[in-house]
Design a binder for this molecule. Structure first.
Ligand code: SF4
Ligand code: SF4
Length: 145
């Protein structure tokens, strides 16, 4: 249980990457309500997001190919609020434990899908959306669609 013992800085690259549960919730369009500051999630996926595998098509080159994709390891603290409350990086950043369905605890990569947390098979392509359409695609940031 390295995540209980190590800081983010002390983790190896493999340990760091294994914290990602594969939910895909960081790969959909999000907006900040200008009045309340609330982060609004949609089910509209990034152009590189694979809805079937729930993973990035080109993870290695993601930040070069998508200008607003962020490398969480280099991210400023203020941006953690843009991650869902279920995300292991955000949970650990806030001093909270991982959920039982996290693959590191369950031992099963599919447990994030079985728990209804992931967006696998539940996103739509981001082309041809008007502002009015986007409002109809807002989802619960942490729970099921
Ligand atoms: S929200 Fe967090 S746990 Fe989910 S895919 Fe993104 S980085 Fe991984
Ligand atoms: S480039 Fe890849 S990792 Fe970045 S938001 Fe898009 S799908 Fe997600």
């Amino acid at each position: 249980m390295f995540w209980k013992e190590k800081t983010f800085e002390a983790m190896s690259d493999d340990e760091w990457e294994s914290l990602c549960d594969g939910c895909g919730r960081c790969c959909v369009w999000k907006f900040e309500d200008a009045d309340s500051g609330e982060i609004l999630y949609t089910d509209i996926r990034c152009q590189l997001f694979d809805d079937a595998s729930c993973r990035c098509h080109d993870y290695q080159h993601r930040c070069n190919r998508v200008s607003d994709c962020m490398n969480i390891r280099d991210m400023e603290d203020k941006y953690y609020a843009w991650l869902p409350g279920t995300c292991a990086y955000r949970l650990l950043h806030e001093g909270k434990p991982l959920f039982d369905w996290h693959p590191l605890i369950s031992g099963d990569p599919a447990s994030v899908h079985q728990a209804g947390i992931s967006l696998q098979h539940n996103t739509v392509c981001g082309e041809h959306f008007s502002k009015a359409d986007i409002v109809r695609h807002i989802i619960d940031p942490d729970g099921k669609k």
